[in-house]
Design a protein around this ligand. Sequence first.
Ligand SMILES: [Fe+2]
Length: 680
Amino acid sequence: MFLVTPDQSILSLVYKFGYEQLFVRHMFSFKDDRRALEQHGFLLSNFLLLRFPVSLLVNCTGQHNAIEVILKFGPHHHKKEISCITPSVLPPKLLTSLAIIPHKSTKPTSFSVSSVRIEEKPAANQDPKTPTTTTSTPTRTVSQPQPKPQPRTQSSYLPKKRAEPTIPTIILNACDDIINNFIDPPLKYHVDPRHVLSDNFAPVDELPPTECEVVQGSLPSCLDGAYIRNGPNPQYLPRGPYHLFDGDGMLHSIKISRGRATLCSRYVRTYKYTIENEAGSPILPNVFSGFNGLTASAARGALSAARLLAGQFNPVNGIGLANTSLAFFGNRLYALGESDLPYAIRLTPNGDIETIGRHDFDGKLAMSMTAHPKLDSDTGETFAFRYGPVPPFLTYFRLDANGKKQPNVPIFSMTRPSFLHDFAITKKYAVFADIQIGMNPMEMIFGGGSPVGADPAKVCRIGIIPRYATDESQMRWFEVPGFNIIHAINAWDEEDGNAVVMVAPNILSVEHTLDRTDLVHALVEKVRIDLRTGIVTRRPISARNLDFGVINPAYMAKKSRYVYAAVGDPMPKISGVVKLDVSKGDERRDCIVATRIYGPGCYGGEPFFVARDPENPETEEDDGYVVSYIHDENTGESKFLVMDAKSPRLDIVAAVKLPRRVPYGFHGLFVRQADLDKLL
Ligand SMILES: [Fe+2]
């Protein structure tokens, strides 16, 4: 039973758990606050809308034992006397009746708060920069105090007051609603937001720097800096199709100093995020989910053209989401997404995250850059590329140790547009994979399908070009049938310089990469390319489903022995982390030498290796820690784990309980305090 205060301004209740399994017995409509809710960007069809006094019965048949409830106050009421109470455990598989009842009922005492988020709209005479009050307390009891956020120091990062929507905006948003409600075909699994945003994939609000509690062990002194992880977190819950890759980038940073940790979650202030935040509604089209059947795709294309003509956005400013990864080079820290330029960010001394802005490297970088640039820590140089749907389909370039971009090397021998998410470097070469997933603009235009898809008839290739090449004249391509990699882990030159070795997860059933990742199996392979004979030798080094593999960053482009990889169970959920000893691959043995599985209902993300003593040249390659965020879907709690990379079971040396859940995401980076101090 839910209990809330008798405030007649209560507008809505949002349920955020496997909502296919939630049935609303009574639905109440509201009249005059529809626009207010729309400006918050929530999916109206997923709302239970009500006015007090009212009793609302909700039947839950799921196995979930916690419900997150958001109660929103109307524009003229600001009382925060609100509590939202749910039984601590709902009987699985049983019909459970929940009721919202007036405040004057007897207050139960045996219930615990599952998760409550309280928001209020600013009053007309209130400072529009007053931050939204947001708290989330998974599995906390009523009497437990909330963690107190530290004061925000960057008022410029507070949302601006939204302008009243103009008539063209109202009309265009209405057209969007028509497409979503009447033109879209039934949503497929991979673009159905009810599936894509379920469980811990659901978005969260921003979190100002908030101190965390170390609940197990202690944080090693070498962890002096910040672990920051990127991931999709849509600013507005989608009204139509939504793909996991389409969410606005949100950075989750845990800043660690002297054994204490501070969590902060902030959106990357991309151009897209900013204009949509000011408009109060989505404007830019979604790349991965926007093409959903011919008629709906054509309608969305026309709508985007109309928004462009209406001046709602200017594509010259970029349409990227910066939701994929981070990189530190040239004394700058970047949030990256491969469909746009990097966004420079920085951390404040108290752990807050600021977006400095879209970075074009003194006008030398146009359009986009990979989200997986490679930093050679010996030289300080960074190697990168961009790809696109028009020739040259691949452009390679590097940045010097000061972060200055060097001239482009267009690769015209890449004859078809390919989905080129990652690559590898050695001390002598850059290594690209031309895989079966390609860009298919004709299918997009005439079939209304995704602009990215698999071509089973295509023969995969590996392309190798000298890493200091000024043109592609020395580039060589090697046919490698069935070698479909999305990520590369590392590569190096053999000692005699006659062969290149690459370690990368090869995606089996690559055709499911974008729509059914749960059916994908990624097999980590050690691939040797003999540059004299052209013979390519491949060997799987583990049978497990592994991706998001990382190494000790100091070994980038050099022969490395250890890989730390995430266990897909199935992807995109990650049930654990393994350590692989690549040297065992030659013995035809499974190379996994250490494993940590997080436990039933617990999932993590990409691991990251932090060396214990990076300045010591005598230190061993695996002398350090593996870190990752994990989430317990049974309790709703998230943690930051620090594991001993040398121990046979990747022993947990520290666990930090996070004050609010961190959604599953993509790639992360640990930036040492010494590097944070250098940030421009
Ligand atoms: Fe990636």
